[in-house]
Design a protein around this ligand. Structure first.
Ligand code: SF4
Length: 216
């Protein structure tokens, strides 16, 4: 069995199903994906609370920039993020906020279109496409890179190399991609942190970093 599948199965067996990306609508996923750039999810939650339950594309577009900045301030980088939110909302409005119209587009086309939107890089685009619109596109983040470096998984160095490695190794399935990313993030927060805490890590029996350094 390939290293990647083994990691997936081990994490699955240990953590089970994770009720992840806490958002009620695809638009909330989009907003969360922008707000979580360079910050912890707890700060995103505080920013969400500032909308007082009224989060809609119309509201984001109509809010004066200063007011939007005040609401999302807890998520940090609020001046940039307010502009990014307006830009991604405009993109969504181009489809009349019709989820199915977006889902019916070919993945490479919609992905490159999203990457043209201000503030949307690879990770944010893939998070939106996977978690809001159910496209089978693998999300790579800092937790993924750190785990692969330590375990190690020879998946490549750049975002796109690692993404295509994972997509080749795993079944092309949005459920698998979404769950695996959630598991990697979860384990990255629990154990494979900057300062690794290997003692209870489910991967420790096969992880070379742990074996060679005797960490944890
Ligand atoms: S055993 Fe340690 S280094 Fe390896 S994945 Fe777990 S926490 Fe990370």
């Amino acid at each position: 069995m390939g290293g990647l599948k083994k990691i997936y199965q081990t994490l699955c067996a240990h953590y089970g199903d994770l009720d992840w990306w806490p958002a009620d609508t695809p638009f909330e996923v989009m907003v969360g994906a922008v707000l979580t750039q360079n910050t912890a999810w707890t700060n995103v939650e505080k920013a969400f609370q500032g909308f007082d339950g009224h989060l809609s594309p119309e509201r984001i577009l109509n809010l004066p920039m200063e007011e939007l900045q005040r609401i999302i301030r807890p998520a940090g980088f609020y001046k940039q993020k307010s502009q990014y939110l307006k830009a991604v909302t405009k993109w969504f409005m181009r489809y009349d906020c019709d989820i199915n119209a977006i889902k019916n587009r070919p993945l490479p086309d919609i992905r490159s279109e999203l990457l043209q939107v201000r503030g949307i890089g690879n990770e944010t685009a893939d998070s939106i496409l996977l978690y809001a619109f159910d496209f089978p596109t693998f999300v790579v983040d800092a937790y993924t890179m750190r785990l692969f470096e330590r375990f190690p998984v020879d998946a490549g160095k750049t975002y796109m190399e690692v993404k295509s490695f994972c997509e080749t190794e795993l079944p092309r399935d949005k459920e698998v991609y979404g769950h695996f990313h959630a598991l990697i993030v979860h384990n990255g927060k629990e154990h494979c942190k900057k300062k690794m805490d290997c003692a209870g890590c489910p991967l420790k029996t096969s992880c070379k970093k742990k074996l060679f350094e005797g960490a944890g």
